[in-house]
Design a protein around this ligand. Structure first.
Ligand SMILES: [Zn+2]
Length: 310
């Protein structure tokens, strides 16, 4: 069964086949039902209250900002209502005391899963436009096209598309033990799955075997895909695997990890349970795992609960 993790399960129909229809996109902006979610410095506008929620707004108050050239991206349609993301960074909009801009990492566990998934789409696209203002082929300022899903160069006519950076993340398993690593930037005794960016010319399986070997010295054989997760910081696709470990002796790459260690299935089951009950004290020396928002947590949970069909 397909598993849905944080930032996945986006309810919007992206209607990608109509994005290049500029007349249709413009007509959506004239519909009273259409909503925009404004971002400032990559942080979405949030309505405070007993339950935090995205502050979807009508187009009207933002028309001037849009006409002045703020980046706008068509996210999709749900319940006959079009949704857009707007990069309102620097826009002189009067702050409403009942709203604030909050970073998506902080926000994700606090808002409904469907809204986190929409924000993953929105944040990645807004961020891409902010960092790709110029044609990578000739250096000319490029222009937003296809409802925010491309940039066109007016000089050399090149088309540029939002990029996704694929990352493999895996649990190497040997019988009743699995391999976790502790990274340099992780606080306390926070362990996680090994992970790394794919390289050109690799299959997913090659990348899994290479990353495990590189970071821990462990050789892997069979590789089994589990699930994926968009990770919008800025635009990563996490692809989760189990890998069959063929060796046991660990040699850590000190550039990547402080340590790597084999844990028993019961130890990982306990770590999953502790992490699911809230973030452990960062000062604790008891090995811990990331919370349920992270796919690493979900991979560990599935294996600890008995999934080991590699
Ligand atoms: Zn160009």
């Amino acid at each position: 069964m397909e598993e849905i993790y944080c930032f996945a399960g986006n309810p919007l129909d992206r209607v990608s086949e109509r994005r290049r229809d500029t007349g249709w996109i413009a007509s959506l902006l004239d519909e009273p039902a259409t909503r925009v979610i404004p971002f400032r410095d990559l942080k979405p506008l949030i309505r405070n209250g007993s339950q935090m929620a995205l502050d979807w707004q009508p187009v009207g108050p933002w028309r001037e900002v849009i006409n002045a050239g703020a980046t706008l991206a068509f996210l999709g349609i749900a319940e006959a209502r079009a949704h857009f993301a707007l990069d309102a960074t620097g826009a002189a909009q009067a702050p409403d005391p009942a709203t604030e801009n909050i970073d998506l990492r902080t926000l994700a566990p606090l808002i409904p899963e469907t809204e986190a998934a929409i924000l993953a789409e929105a944040r990645s696209v807004v961020d891409w436009h902010a960092r790709h203002r110029f044609c990578t082929q000739c250096g000319t300022p490029s222009e937003v096209a296809s409802g925010g899903w491309a940039r066109h160069c007016p000089r050399c006519k090149a088309h540029h598309f939002p990029r996704v950076d694929p990352v493999v993340i895996m649990l190497a398993v040997k019988g009743e033990h699995a391999l976790l690593g502790r990274g340099r930037r992780r606080p306390g005794a926070r362990f996680s799955c090994l992970a790394g960016y794919m390289e050109p010319g690799e299959t997913l399986e090659d990348a899994v075997r290479r990353e495990v070997r590189e970071e821990s010295g462990i050789r892997c054989g069979r590789v089994r895909y589990l699930a994926s997760q968009p990770w919008p910081f800025p635009s990563t696709l996490m692809m989760g695997f189990l890998a069959e470990a063929l060796s046991e002796e660990i040699t850590v790459d000190p550039e990547e990890l402080v340590e790597a260690r084999w844990f028993s299935r019961q130890e990982i089951r306990d770590m999953v349970a502790r992490a699911a009950n809230g973030d452990p004290d960062p000062a604790t020396t008891v090995p811990s795992l990331p919370g349920p928002v992270a796919i690493a947590h979900q991979i560990c949970r599935r294996w600890a609960n008995g999934f080991d069909d590699i």
